[in-house]
Design a protein. Structure first.
Length: 169
């Protein structure tokens, strides 16, 4: 089904057609990990934990499985022991890699929540996402770009001021 682009609101176009990850993704330290990954709080926990597992940080926050969190239980109010905590309170992946990896997690969450019935594919714009990462994180990010975006038919635009291969060999 083809629509006249002028009939679509600019906000709707941005929401449904573009996934952007900036060089320095915004990490709100006073908000929960859930809010940082999905500001609209619109996706199920499984989508968030799958994105965290795919991008790598889940294993830093817990024992590495998507169904069990080391030493943590759900509160009686239904709070998730990882997703509903502030990123600064979680052990593991912090510092330079966290914003870049979290930006990729956000992109995975958004890609999984786009409508699939329209047949349209989103454009993923990645601005220097692997610049400050070590080799292991760069390899993982490039794998995610290939498997989760390119192989699923999304158009990927990578902005890189310095060409760095995932593996320096």
């Amino acid at each position: 089904m083809i629509h006249e682009i002028r009939a679509v609101s600019l906000d709707g176009l941005r929401q449904r057609c573009f996934i952007a990850v900036s060089q320095d993704p915004l990490l709100l330290s006073n908000e929960t990990l859930r809010f940082n990954l999905d500001p609209g709080i619109s996706v199920h926990d499984n989508v968030l934990t799958t994105a965290l597992t795919t991008a790598g940080p889940w294993s830093h926050f817990c024992d590495g499985t998507a169904t069990h969190v080391s030493g943590a239980t759900f509160s009686r109010f239904g709070e998730h022991p990882v997703l509903d905590r502030k990123p600064s309170l979680l052990r593991g992946l912090v510092g330079g890699a966290m914003p870049a990896v979290q930006g990729v997690c956000r992109a995975l969450v958004k890609a999984s929540s786009l409508p699939r019935d329209s047949g349209a594919k989103a454009v993923v714009l990645l601005d220097e996402v692997a610049l400050s990462l070590d080799v292991a994180h760069r390899v993982r990010i490039h794998h995610i770009i290939d498997v989760e975006f390119t192989e699923k038919g999304l158009t990927v635009v990578v902005v890189a001021h310095r060409l760095v291969s995932p593996d320096p060999r």
